[in-house]
Every structure is written in C-alpha cells, then in structure tokens.
Design a protein around this ligand. Structure first.
Ligand code: CP
Length: 308
C-alpha cells in the first residue's frame, strides 16, 4: 500500500498511517545511508526541481542529496538568480519549467499556500519545503523520526515547543503531526508570539516556560525569526533570553535524558545556549542527518519509485 496523499502540502489532515509509512520508509533509507554505496536506483529517470524562493541551507541541500541518493535528476532553481528578477510570475515560472518535462517540484516560498497553488497549475507532484508561516512538513517528519529513533516510539511522550510560535511553520507542522501520532504537545512563548489562531491547532498553549517543560521528554527550541518581525514583539533580546532561552541551569531542572531539538539555524545565545546546543542532550545534528532519509522517503513514496 502506498500513501493516501498525492502531494505533501502540510501535515494537517495527513493520516497516522501515512506518517507511519513515511517514517518506516525513512528508517529503511537511513540504513541505506550507512552503507559504503549510498545510492539506490529507485527514482532513476525522474526529474525533480528544487524551486527555492527563500534562503535555505539544510532543507535545500538535503533535498538535493536525497534526490541524488535516489538516482533522480535534481534541478536547482533559485529565485534570486532567475527571471523572477525580471518580473516573471510564479505561474509562468512553473509552467515554463513544466514544459521542459519535469516530474516533481520541491518548493519553498515566503507565501503560505504556494504549494497548493502549484498543484492547480501543474501536473507535477508537489512537496512543500516551507511556505510562509503555514507549514514545513518534512521538518516535522524528520523531527518525529529523530524522536522515534531515540525514544523507540512517539505515542505518549511529551514535547514542549518553545519560542517564536507566531512565525513558526515548524511548530505548526509538528503540532499537527505529533498530535496525529498520539504525542502530548505543548506550545510556549511570549504572549505577543502566541497568536489567537495558535489555539486552533488543538494543543495546549502557555506563556509559562516552567509549566511547558514540566514532565517533558523532548524540548524543541524555535529560532527567533527576527527577519519576519516588526518592532515591539518583545522588549529586548536580553529579556527574552532570561525568560525563554534554554541554558544549562534550566536543563539541570529537567528530565535527565530529555532530548533537546532545534530545526536550525540556531541563534546561539538567544533561544539556545551554545553549551546546550552542543551538549549531551542535544540531537540537533541527528535531526539534520535524518532529514536526508525522510526526504528520500517522501520523494520515493510520492514519486512512484520501484523497490529494488
Ligand atoms: N530547518 C530549516 O528549514 O533550515 P533551512 O532554512 O536552513 O533549510
């Protein structure tokens, strides 16, 4: 049985069966990635366009690597060096690229809903690599893969997601996905970064970090997205750090084996102290490693690859 979804636009509404199938397939690809020869022929002949309208390090490189590991042909499009600069619309851009016979599109864009829009103007399979403040589904999948790898399962474990909830597509995708997988999720941040619509995610929301961290098995610190903020969201970095950052003193009060996660890039010394980011509880680089396997799984399952 394959996936019920045809595109990966977000984790809202994606079934537990589909998420489990992606994570199980990612575990298989993780094993492949430990071998000397890390390439499988499953997507040979398929062309995947990485359509990036926003900056990225982890997501863009891991998608490209995943495509190469699956023997697909990746094409990298960066809006900043394209005819978007001459005013070409998104619709014209994708229709011109599709005219060159491509199979899949991985898209990152600053506007929420762009991946869905692309499904309306192309026949290619669409994978969301982050759309505005909406979702970042492959990030949440790699986060869940990492937790399952470390804790053995997802159901019943408590995850505290802390920081700039307002601007975080990572928080939204994780809230949807983790809730579906039976995890106990709590969102925490300063009141000005907890918009009213956060409550529609159906998970508890608090501005009290101690309450959020009570009994947590996993803490996910979010990047303070200063580039998306207008002034006045919080008084100062110093005050934010005092109330909401994770340092060794705070970690010492938590479960001894708590997993510390961060989607990256980290603002060291703002939301996360370097001593914690590089400390024994940190699984930040495991998340990055697992990103390749998860993206291989998503591309393989949506791309109709044959098993070898
Ligand atoms: N986590 C994440 O999306 O990182 P990049 O912005 O570097 O892709």
């Amino acid at each position: 049985m394959g996936l019920q979804i045809q595109h990966l636009l977000g984790l809202e509404g994606v079934s537990a069966e589909d998420i489990k199938l992606i994570l199980d397939t990612a575990d298989t690809f993780y094993e492949v990635l430990q071998r000397e020869i890390k390439v499988v022929p499953t997507l040979r002949g398929k062309t995947v366009v990485n359509l990036f309208y926003e900056d990225s390090t982890r997501t863009r490189i891991s998608f490209e690597l995943a495509e190469k590991r699956l023997s697909a042909s990746p094409l990298n499009f960066s809006a900043s060096t394209s005819s978007v600069k001459k005013g070409e619309t998104l619709k014209d851009t994708i229709r011109n690229i599709e005219a060159m016979k491509i199979d899949m599109v991985v898209v990152r864009h600053g506007a929420a809903g762009v991946p869905y829009f692309l499904t309306q103007c192309t026949n290619a399979v669409i994978v969301n690599a982050g759309d505005g403040l909406h979702e970042h589904p492959t990030q949440a999948l790699l986060d869940m893969m990492t937790i399952r790898q470390k804790l053995g399962k997802l159901r019943g474990f408590k995850v505290a997601i802390i920081g700039d909830i307002f601007h975080s597509r990572v928080a939204r995708s994780n809230a949807w996905g983790m809730k579906t997988m039976g995890m106990d999720v709590v969102l925490c941040g300063p009141p000005t970064l907890l918009p009213q619509h956060t409550h529609s995610l159906g998970v508890p929301v608090t501005d009290n970090i101690d309450e959020a961290l009570e009994g947590a098995d996993v803490v996910m610190m979010l990047r303070m997205q200063l580039e998306r903020q207008s002034s006045g969201v919080f008084p100062s970095i110093k005050e934010y750090r005092e109330r909401y950052s994770l340092d060794l003193e705070r970690v010492a009060k938590l479960k001894k084996d708590i997993l510390v996660m961060h989607p990256g890039p980290i603002n060291r010394g703002v939301e996360l102290a370097s001593t914690v980011a590089d400390g024994n509880n940190s699984v930040v680089l495991d998340q990055v490693t697992n990103g390749v396997a998860v993206r291989m799984a998503v591309l393989y399952l949506l791309g109709g690859g044959e098993s070898d």
